[in-house]
Write a protein that binds this ligand. Sequence first.
Ligand SMILES: Nc1nc2c(c(=O)[nH]1)N[C@H]1C(S)=C(S)[C@@H](COP(=O)(O)O)O[C@H]1N2
Ligand SMILES: [Mo]
Length: 349
Amino acid sequence: MPVEPNGFYHFNALQQISYFAVVFLLAPIAMISGMSMSPAIENRFHWLPKLFGNRQGARSVHFLVMLAYLAFIVIHVAMVVATGLTRNMNHITVNTDNPVSHTGLYIGLGIILFTIAFGFLAHWISWQRPRSLQYTEAAINGTLWLNTINKFKPKLYYKEKDISPYFWVNGKMPVSEEWRKLAANKFLDFKLSVGGRVEKPVELSLDELKELGLEQNITMHHCIQGWSGIAEWGGLSIRSLIELVKPHKSVTTVVFYSFGEGLYGGTYYDTHTLDNCLKPESILAWEMNYQALPEKYGAPLRVRIENQLGYKMVKWIRKIEFLDTHEHIGKGFGGKNEDDEFFDLLADT
Ligand SMILES: Nc1nc2c(c(=O)[nH]1)N[C@H]1C(S)=C(S)[C@@H](COP(=O)(O)O)O[C@H]1N2
Ligand SMILES: [Mo]
């Protein structure tokens, strides 16, 4: 227990050290490690997660900082209670050194009750009004990301030695007769259809796509579940495809439809802004780690748009469409997970 001549006028050494650490160490470390986990930021500023060793290091540090905040709160509140609750609450809330008045106690209690009620409200909104929350989130964060980190262009950085020995698999394998027949014949009969609001719609086999060019990038994949993995992806730059089909001027959105289904049934699809499709490293991949793209990783084709989260990287692509808006496909939120699970349309973080 601290010897406290008067905590109202002087913080003791332990208080000064811990307050300093919370404000000037924990807070910036939380921010920097948090930013290190964003695909839009990590792909542009590769040095950021390296401050923590790697991205998983940043993720672990972020979690430990959360535990440190909790430890601080528990000890801090316990000390406020143990060293004269009534008087301390007056110090904190009304700035008087009164040891008997209950004003500070009631104000403090009110703030704590408000915080708890807000927690319940936030919990209720996220379960009962997820669509409204999705709209609000898009209006605030979506707009913010669009005007800031979404503008970053991914930069190549990783080398062959960085390729992950194991790459997690996500998503439900297609079960349709059509895909199984194509797979049985090594996708020789597969034709990618590219259309929508374009001057020159095309249907291309894998061989025809391969004649259009090969771009190979070693990049880091970021799943919303938290895991990441580094792999080489090879395929056609979407920019070349765009130059081939010539989208109309009004096109803003590119839709990728899968042979596979979403978790709750119905075609898996997602949309990307035309702008992100034109960024460096945006490709339609038929190659993974210098081998033909394995079935479970999305054969015959999957999309790679490196400043976005994994759920936007549609696997088992069947069809691509260029459109003026995403609002008339599916439920109108720009992707299967956006429709069914209220995910963000813009997945920069
Ligand atoms: N068709 C389809 N594509 C999909 C999914 C899916 O469920 N269906 N899951 C997405 C998610 S959430 C991630 S993280 C990546 C995973 O890619 P991987 O299996 O190659 O790791 O695929 C994405 N593409
Ligand atoms: Mo994911």
